[in-house]
Design a protein around this ligand. Structure first.
Ligand code: TRP
Length: 335
C-alpha cells in the first residue's frame, strides 16, 4: 500500500484567526498525531509576498503563525514543519514547472480573474495592479505540493481550483518527461471548511470580519458579543440553522453540546446568554494554548531553530528529488 503524504501551506499574511484554527490548524495538528501518515506543514512566505509588501508585517506574521502551530501542540518530530523560503529547491522547481504550464491555464485562475473583473468594472486597465506573483501563484503552489509527492492536500474550498491546476501541471510534465510526479488530491472537510465571521460571511482577512485567535480573554469576549444576531427577544424561539452565532458555537462543540445548544435556541435562549456560552466554550479550548503562545512569541530564537530543523528534513527529501527532475529535463553536467 502506498503511503499517505499530507501537505498543506499557510500563507503568511496577517494574524491567525478562529477560522484558520477551525478550518486548518486544528485538523492538521490532530492529523500530525496519526500514525502511518507523513505530513508536511509549511509557512508559505513566498505566497505571502504576493500581497504583503510590508517587510515587518511579513516577519511578524511568520512568527505568529509558527508560534500558533507550536503552541497548539504540533508534533514536529513526526510532521515536517518548515518555512517555504528555507527550501530553495521549491523555487527551482517552480521555474521548471512554469515552463510546463500553459498560460491559458493561469488565465482561468479564480483569484486572477476576480482582480481582472474588478478592474474592468472600475474602468481600469484589466491588469491594473496585477503582479506576476499573483498570476503565477498556482505554479508556486503546484511546486510546493509536487516537490514532496503529496497525495493528500487539506485545503479550503477556495483552493480546490489550485489543486486541479497542480494536477494539470503534473500531468503535463509527466506526459512529456515521464512519470515523476504523483497526482495530489484535495481533501475538503465539509464540516469545518467555512467558519463564518462576525457578519456571517466566511471568516477571512479579506472581509475584515475575523476574530483573532489569541485575543486576551476580555477582548475575545467583546469580539464574540459583536457577532450579528437578529432582533428576537429572550423567550422567542430561535432557528439555530439560520444563526451565525450557532455555527461558530457548533465548530467548537462536541455532539452533546451542540444538541443541548440547539434545544436552547428552540427554547428561546437570550442572545446575550448564547453569546456568553459561546465565549466560555471557545475560551476554554484556547486558554492553555494562549499561555504557551505568549511564552513562545517571547522566544523567537527557539521558533527559528525549530523552523531550520524542519527545513533540513524537508531538504533531505527535496534535494535528491529535484536532482532527478533536473536530470529529467536535461539540466545536466556536460560530462
Ligand atoms: N494558497 C493557499 C492558501 O491561500 C496556501 C498554500 C500555499 C498552500 N501553498 C500551498 C496550500 C500548498 C496547500 C498546498 O490557503
Amino acid at each position: 500500500m502506498s503511503k499517505r503524504t499530507v501537505l498543506t501551506g499557510i500563507t503568511t499574511t496577517g494574524t491567525p484567526h478562529l477560522g484558520n484554527y477551525v478550518g486548518a490548524i486544528k485538523p492538521c495538528i490532530d492529523a500530525s498525531h496519526e500514525v502511518g501518515v507523513q505530513s508536511y506543514y509549511f509557512l508559505a512566505d513566498y505566497h505571502g509576498l504576493v500581497k504583503n509588501r510590508n517587510p515587518d508585517r511579513m516577519r511578524q506574521s511568520t512568527l505568529e503563525i509558527a508560534a500558533t502551530w507550536l503552541a497548539l501542540g504540533l508534533d514536529t518530530d513526526t510532521a515536517v514543519f518548515y518555512r517555504q523560503s528555507d527550501v530553495p529547491e521549491i523555487l527551482e522547481l517552480t521555474w521548471i514547472l512554469t515552463c510546463s504550464t500553459a498560460k491559458g491555464l493561469m488565465n482561468r485562475a479564480h483569484a486572477y480573474k476576480a482582480v481582472v473583473q474588478d478592474n474592468t468594472e472600475a474602468g481600469e486597465d484589466p491588469d491594473f495592479a496585477v503582479n506576476m506573483g499573483l498570476f503565477s501563484y498556482p505554479v508556486l503552489m503546484a511546486a510546493d505540493i509536487l516537490m514532496f509527492n503529496s497525495t493528500h492536500v487539506p485545503v479550503g474550498k477556495d483552493q480546490v481550483q489550485h489543486l486541479e491546476m497542480a494536477r494539470d501541471i503534473a500531468q503535463r510534465f509527466n506526459h512529456h518527461y515521464g512519470e515523476h510526479f504523483v497526482l495530489p488530491e484535495a481533501v475538503i472537510d465539509e464540516h469545518v471548511a467555512m467558519l463564518p465571521g462576525q457578519d456571517g460571511r466566511k471568516m477571512s482577512k479579506s472581509y475584515n470580519n475575523t476574530i483573532p485567535l489569541w485575543l486576551p480573554e476580555k477582548q475575545l469576549r467583546k469580539a464574540i458579543m459583536k457577532i450579528v444576531t437578529n432582533s428576537l427577544e429572550p423567550g422567542e424561539s430561535k432557528d439555530p440553522d439560520a444563526s451565525v452565532l450557532f455555527k461558530i458555537y457548533a465548530a467548537f462543540a462536541n455532539q452533546a453540546q451542540r444538541e443541548t445548544m440547539r434545544q436552547a435556541y428552540r427554547g428561546g435562549i437570550a442572545w446575550g446568554d448564547a453569546k456568553q456560552q459561546t465565549f466560555e466554550l471557545i475560551n476554554q479550548e484556547l486558554v492553555q494554548g494562549r499561555e504557551r503562545y505568549e511564552a513562545l512569541i517571547g522566544e523567537p530564537g527557539r521558533i527559528e531553530q525549530t523552523l531550520i530543523a524542519g527545513a533540513e528534513k524537508a531538504r533531505a527529501y527535496a534535494t535528491p528529488f529535484l536532482a532527478r527532475i533536473r536530470d529529467a529535463v536535461g539540466i545536466r553536467k556536460l560530462v
